[in-house]
Design a protein around this ligand. Structure first.
Ligand code: SAM
Ligand code: SF4
Length: 334
């Protein structure tokens, strides 16, 4: 599948739940949560059908996200089914890391279950190493569980582990070096992400926004001039730089300030209630569940729907001009 701007679409990012065991200030409103009714959320069979059809159209990479995907029941079984789909060569998983050590019914850790189910890479959110700041940012005092979770993922032998840090002035700007040091000690890749206007909470103010440019300047103050490594590519929009003395790679995801951010976009997103979104940063979304749940819908109908959505993919996101109040990241699937 190729859109009208020459983007070849090979990556489908799927939110399997809007539920979460944390309450990150930039992701969820802080008041009481109203979750989607279960019947509105796609069941596993429906998602698997979408992936199978997507794979027949050139989707080769799938990332499972949420909400917190580890809060959905039987997720390991689901991942095993995804891995078995012909054409899916890369299966990734995004998590807040708090549940990776939880034992499965057969005694393995959840992290081991992910590895055994064929998950190739996991992204773990980690905005701070300070327990109090973590509790204030996520609404839960679970930093020790996350650190143990990262260890569990490494012990399980998951090949690629990335840490994602959302940049927030006044909250973690003074910790960027510590986070970089933590990543180096654990031999995992760290990426810094600009805060995006996808929620309504009070943290999303201009005052709290910290650009990747400023983050780099802060890091360079201690680490020396970062060396651009444009040839390093993960499957996404991060730009990588090398720390001069240590060779450590650091990633920077400048959704707001990098004007070339969308040029290499190869992604579609599927929300947990079955809306296909050609771009995270635009209001456009199309109801795939409606097509899927029509008793007479054939795989060809679903495939046509996929292609029509790809044709509507915008050239670039509209975050800078188009603040999106009310559409929480948790519902879209970050
Ligand atoms: N629960 C999992 C987690 O926290 O990694 C997966 C879902 S979460 C929505 C995916 C990613 O989106 C996380 O790395 C999170 O930090 C990021 N995110 C959520 N809201 C954001 C925002 N307003 N701006 C930038 N990143 C955001
Ligand atoms: Fe939950 Fe992840 Fe959103 Fe935090 S960022 S509230 S962990 S879904």
């Amino acid at each position: 599948m190729e859109d009208t701007h020459g983007h070849r679409i090979s990556y489908l990012r799927i939110s399997i739940t809007d539920r979460c065991n944390e309450r990150c200030i930039y992701c969820m409103p802080q008041e009481e949560q109203i979750w989607l009714p279960r019947a509105d959320v796609l069941d596993y069979e429906e998602i698997l059908r979408i992936i199978r059809i997507g794979a027949s159209l050139g989707i080769s990479k799938v990332r499972i996200t949420g909400g917190e995907p580890l809060t959905r029941r039987n997720v390991i079984w689901f991942l095993e089914q995804v891995s078995a789909i012909e054409g899916i060569r890369d299966l990734g998983f995004s998590t807040n890391g708090t549940l990776l050590t939880r034992p499965l019914p057969d005694g393995r850790s959840t992290a081991q279950g992910l590895k055994d189910a064929g998950v190739k890479s996991i992204n773990v959110s980690l905005d701070t190493l300070d327990r109090a700041t973590y509790a204030k940012t996520t609404g839960r005092d679970l930093l020790p569980d996350v650190i143990e979770g990262i260890d569990a993922a490494q012990s399980a032998g998951i090949e690629k582990i990335k840490l994602n840090t959302v940049l927030m002035r006044h909250r973690n700007e003074h910790e960027l070096w510590d986070l970089a040091a933590f990543a180096r000690e654990h031999d995992v890749l760290l990426r810094f992400i600009e805060l995006m206007p996808v929620s309504t909470t009070e943290v999303l103010t201009e005052d709290n926004f910290l650009s990747v440019g400023e983050a780099m300047a802060l890091l360079e103050f201690r680490l020396g001039k970062l060396i651009p490594r444009p040839e390093v590519k993960t499957n996404g929009p991060a730009a990588y730089y090398e720390v001069p003395d240590t060779g450590q790679l650091l990633g920077f995801i400048g959704a707001m300030t990098n004007l070339h951010f969308c040029e290499t976009c190869n992604k579609l997103r599927l929300t947990c209630e079955g809306k296909l979104r050609p771009c995270l940063g635009s209001h456009l979304e199309f109801d795939m569940r409606e097509v899927l749940r029509k008793p007479e819908a054939t795989d060809e109908d679903v495939a046509r729907f996929f292609m029509e959505v790809v044709e509507r993919k915008p050239k670039e996101h509209d975050f800078r001009n188009n603040y999106q109040p009310g559409r929480r990241m948790i519902a879209i699937g970050g």
